[in-house]
Design a protein around this ligand. Structure first.
Ligand code: ADP
Ligand code: MG
Length: 689
């Protein structure tokens, strides 16, 4: 049987294609499957009837197949007409299916389905439900289990991932060394606790886990926090072994740059630039996180650091998560820095080969001082003359791996300084856990003269009024975003919802130029749409929550968010940050599906009243209580799998003490390495940051 450190392809039934899909979920080793934890559990012990369905809620039903047919065309689909025992109709729709699947739905057969119910003008439907066929309706039985619900990616079903996790768990049982942990952590064992999370024995256990209160979960949370504390300390120890270029003159660079700008720097920008200046002047590699709300002006801060590096004879590389953002940054930076004698190049996958190799040779020859780009920056054929500073924008989109690849482009005995910029507001309590290895600078002030975005919650029964308001704003030459939220664990459904919203909107506003962007489009198609919106060729952009972070479209002053009640406060705030960037007053309309629960009403109310990302993050934490989904990656800042830095904050002091004791004990080193490898990943690589 394969060991847990083996790649997932070692598992029977996993080929290259599936392994690639799993990789996008962060699952590369068999161990990652064991640690791929459920978001929640579904009670499959009851069968519902159509009259009990609620829009957008999941349900399990027993149905009789009436008819099945396939519709050809670009959106080929399999449609299965069904009814329940009371003769109430429900339509099943599949976009990806095999022909054998079609013939299985013979009229008269029974079928048990589990999926998200949707009320459409034509009646109830489910898209891509899980299903099982039975000889007849009478024979349909409930599944009778608590089914774990895992985070998914396109092309992998719940059933598939459950089978894989089961296989991985049996591998774990035969690889006891993998699960080794310090004796100071009391029972249950690591493996017992993991098994319990994947397969709770009863509804009470599942409820305790969803509330984050189950002992198995707390046990794993401790272990995970310990592993992170250990790895952060190890990283710090090792970083001291390397040298970095000592770059002086950041303060002067700030003054010179300020002359070039059409505005005065805020006090917070000045302070953060000077904090960076202190780090750069030292010959130890800087790893500093700059955290600033959307629109707080992080780009200028990075520009000052890059200007100083250039004047000291060092090159800088700035990584952006998308091509559009890279283009935007390259233009801004060239605007500010070129007159000061700093040459800026862009490196993206979209450029022609000739363009790129021209940029590359100027970079390798040292004729340019700043390179802005996407993944193209860290491809093996990109070489730097003297890389001294790496800036990573909107850090959460990049893995550690890419950061390491870029860092490796410096001279072998020297590490570049690293500046990581993020708009994800992290309450201080979280930052302590998440970024103990990084020095943190906070831009806690917005440039003057911004008008807050007027925010309102609107029931989706008033959709027509919303469309009316949109029509009016568009008539005044403004642009708007229309955001469709991701329906849980289905990119397919989210994409479909966006397509439908765009069609609906186009029908009400026939003369308006509407564009569509969602996660199932090819990256270059999506970027083309974003570009057209930015250029003003499109008036409305209908999108899923994939809307690019950081993209600046000052003329866009209205945002409508459908089913806003489904999103966390921080995510709503990030989205809202796309508007309110120009001079006109902006509006954000949070459409919700009534009735609203008390907690949801309160959350939408916070959005109405609060405009600072930090305040919102604090309120968010205060509002999150028991009953929170156990796997919700609300903060999106740390790779924590079980521990919730807020919920489990009380565990931290004890784990810090334990980490220090373990590090001081030579006999524990092998176990420490296994522990860190299990939760954090490849220690050798991390250890070099
Ligand atoms: P973010 O922190 O979201 O990356 P940006 O760096 O894109 O923000 O800045 C947002 C906008 O504010 C840009 O148009 C930028 O030129 C402008 N800006 C930055 N700093 C200031 C300032 N001190 N005063 C006025 N405008 C500023
Ligand atoms: Mg930005």
């Amino acid at each position: 049987m394969a060991t847990l450190d083996a790649a997932v392809v070692e598992l029977p039934g996993v080929g290259k294609a599936l392994a690639d899909k799993l990789a996008s979920l962060g699952v590369e080793r068999i161990a990652d499957l064991v640690l791929h934890l459920p978001l929640r559990y579904e009670d499959r012990s009851r069968l519902q009837r159509v009259v009990m369905l609620r829009h957008n809620a999941t349900a399990q039903l027993a149905l009789r197949v009436l008819d099945a047919d396939t519709r050809p065309g670009p959106r080929r689909q399999l449609r299965v007409q069904c009814e329940d025992a009371e003769g109430q109709a429900l339509l099943l729709r599949f976009f990806h299916f095999r022909n054998t699947q079609t013939s299985g739905f013979r009229p008269g057969a029974g079928v048990r389905v589990f999926g998200t119910a949707r009320a459409t003008p034509a009646g109830w439907e489910m898209v891509h439900p899980e299903y099982r066929l039975f000889p007849a309706l009478d024979a349909v039985r409930a599944e009778g289990v608590l089914a774990p619900v895992y985070p998914l990616t396109a092309g992998i079903t719940q059933a598939r991932i459950r089978t894989l996790v089961d296989k991985a768990l049996s591998c774990a049982a035969s690889d006891p060394r993998w699960a080794e942990s310090p004796s100071a952590l009391a029972a249950p064992s690591t493996l017992e606790a993991l098994q319990c999370l994947h397969q709770p024995r009863n509804a009470d256990e599942a409820a305790a886990m969803e509330a984050g209160q189950h002992p198995a979960q707390r046990r794993l949370a401790k272990e995970e926090l310990l592993a992170h504390q250990l790895s952060l300390r190890m990283v710090k120890q090792r970083a001291r072994q390397y040298r970095a270029p000592a770059i002086e003159g950041v303060r002067q660079a700030r003054l010179v740059l300020a002359e070039r700008l059409g505005f005065a720097l805020t006090g917070a920008q000045e302070r953060v630039i000077d904090e960076i200046g202190k780090d750069l002047a030292s010959a130890q590699p800087m790893v500093r996180l700059v955290q600033g709300d959307v629109g707080s002006g992080k780009t200028v801060v990075a520009a000052a650091a890059m200007l100083a590096a250039a004047r000291a004879g060092w090159q800088s590389a700035m990584m952006a998560p998308t091509e559009l953002l890279a283009e935007q940054h390259a233009r801004t930076l060239a605007d500010w820095l070129a007159p000061l004698g700093v040459n800026v190049v862009l490196l993206t996958g979209r450029q022609s080969k000739a363009e790129r190799s021209d940029s590359q040779s100027r970079l390798a020859g040292g004729q340019v001082q700043v390179a802005v780009g996407t993944h193209a920056l860290f491809q093996s054929d990109t070489a730097f003359h003297a890389l001294g500073l790496v800036v990573v924008d909107e850090q959460h989109r990049f893995g550690v791996r890419q950061r390491l690849a870029l860092r490796d482009k410096a001279a072998p005995d020297c590490r570049p300084h690293q500046l990581v910029m993020t708009a994800t507001p992290i309450p201080r309590t979280l930052a302590q856990t998440a970024y103990a290895d990084l020095d943190l600078s906070v831009i806690d002030e917005l440039p003057p003269g911004r008008t807050p975005v007027v925010t309102a919650a609107v029931s989706n029964t008033r959709r027509e009024a919303v469309v009316e308001r949109l029509r009016e704003a568009l008539a005044h030459g403004r642009q708007a975003y229309w955001v469709c939220t991701l329906i849980e664990d289905s990119e397919q459904l989210a994409a479909q919802a966006a397509e439908e919203a765009a069609e609906l909107l186009q029908a009400s506003l026939p003369a308006v130029r509407i564009g569509l962007a969602h996660g199932r489009m090819k990256a270059n198609e999506k970027q083309a749409v974003m570009r057209a919106f930015k250029a003003g060729e499109l008036q409305v952009l209908v999108a899923t929550t994939v809307i690019e972070v950081g993209v600046d479209v000052p003329n866009a002053s209205i945002m409508v968010i459908e089913n806003a009640e489904r999103l966390g406060l921080s995510q709503l705030h990030q989205l809202r940050g796309r508007v309110g960037r120009g001079h006109t007053e902006s509006q954000c309309l949070l459409m919700y599906q009534p009735p609203l629960g008390e907690a949801t009403r309160e959350r939408l109310d916070v959005m109405r009243r609060t405009h600072s990302g930090f305040d919102i993050a604090e309120k968010d934490l205060a509002l999150r209580g028991p009953g929170e989904l156990l796997g919700r990656r609300q903060t999106g800042v740390v790779g924590l799998k079980v521990a919730d830095p807020v919920r489990d904050a009380d565990l931290l002091p004890e784990m810090i003490t334990l980490a220090e004791a373990l590090l001081a004990n030579d006999a524990e080193q092998a176990m420490i390495h296994r522990l860190v490898a299990r939760w954090v990943g490849d220690v050798q690589r991390y250890g070099q940051v």
